[in-house]
Write a protein that binds this ligand. Sequence first.
Ligand code: UD1
Ligand code: UDP
Length: 382
Amino acid sequence: MQSPARATAIATEKTILCLIGTRPEAIKMASVVRELKSRPGVKVVVCVTGQHREMLEPILRFFQIEPQIDLGLMRPDQTLSGLTARLIEGLDEVIRRISPDWVVAQGDTTSVMAAAMAAFYRGVPFAHVEAGLRTGDLSAPFPEEFHRRVADMVAVLHFAPTVQAASKLESEGIPSSQIIVTGNTVVDALLEASKDEPDWLQGPLDSVDPSKPIVVVTAHRRENFGQPMREICESVAELARKFDRDQIQWVFPVHLNPNVKSTVFEILDQVPNVILLEPLEYPWHVQLMKHARLILTDSGGIQEEAPSLGVPVLVLRSTTERPEGVASGQARLVGCRRDDIIREATRELQLSANGLKKQEHPANPYGDGFAGRRIADALLRD
Ligand code: UD1
Ligand code: UDP
């Protein structure tokens, strides 16, 4: 028979299954996992689905996340349906075996939607980190708008990053008792990664001159495949011809999705003054953004990080579920048309050349660095 003290410890122990599929999920779950692990009486099981592989591993290493389970599901150029099918089957078995008190996942990838569905089917409560983001358009971002709606439909706890995201959830009929405004965990991650300044010349940025102005470019959204991605690349090629290397270096860490890589390399490889890089490990990417004068991106996470660094962002999309940065003037929606991108980037660069300085301690509308703590508090409340 167990002693009473031991029996109490077992009775109060909570098991929390944290699911991670892709690069941004690892970055945005890092502070949640760390906080949960620091609390007594909590068993944290980290499961990576392996939706991403090479782009995920360095992030897990950097944040010292050691997954107990790796489903290893990535396939080259995977289809949405094939990946979804593998995820549902794999995650169902994990949830059955671990029988957690909570399943927790962040964002709007296929892994997150499958985690929410598998938890729902097994009757295990699902908690959604970064709940309530909406464009109102199922085709943009595709398929993420669909994924996040599915996740929010079944979630029992919604961790909304902003008041605006919480209002969206309330407008869909989700009771306010199930919504907690936490800030976005990406700010927690960014602050952690900004602590140390690695030696620029000793890493993957050695081909970039930090003493000269830099513009960072990233693009990977599925709805931008094809013509929009071509126009993004053609605009960068044209801008690189317009501003010589002493004026601007155009640095583009290229996503590993073959649909992205093929277009980017076809149009931008060998263009003087454009530096194409492998995906950067997170602290290096943060360093690169810190040194940037401007960022051109269709990434969600980068839109949320840039305000903390005081770097303006031109959003290469027609719509965004992150309107807060646009409202505060830290981001501008420019779409994916070649002429629009060239005009708006030129305008921004002329403004900064005319002495417009970065803000010293800019406010970030997406978070304050304590989101992980608030999320752990809420998960362990009862
Ligand atoms: C996925 C998410 C997207 C998120 C993005 C973050 C979906 C449908 N898409 O898009 O919401 O913004 O991640 O980066 O969930 N690949 C590798 N190694 C990797 C990662 C990807 O080789 O580490 C290649 C593989 O060929 C893989 C392909 O990229 O099949 C596509 O990966 P997938 O996760 O399906 O889509 P992403 O475009 O990465
Ligand atoms: N990022 C990175 N290395 C890179 C490009 C991006 O570490 O080469 C980080 C970036 O700082 C942000 C996150 O990855 O935290 C964004 O991921 P991505 O753009 O792939 O996905 P999204 O946020 O659009 O879902």
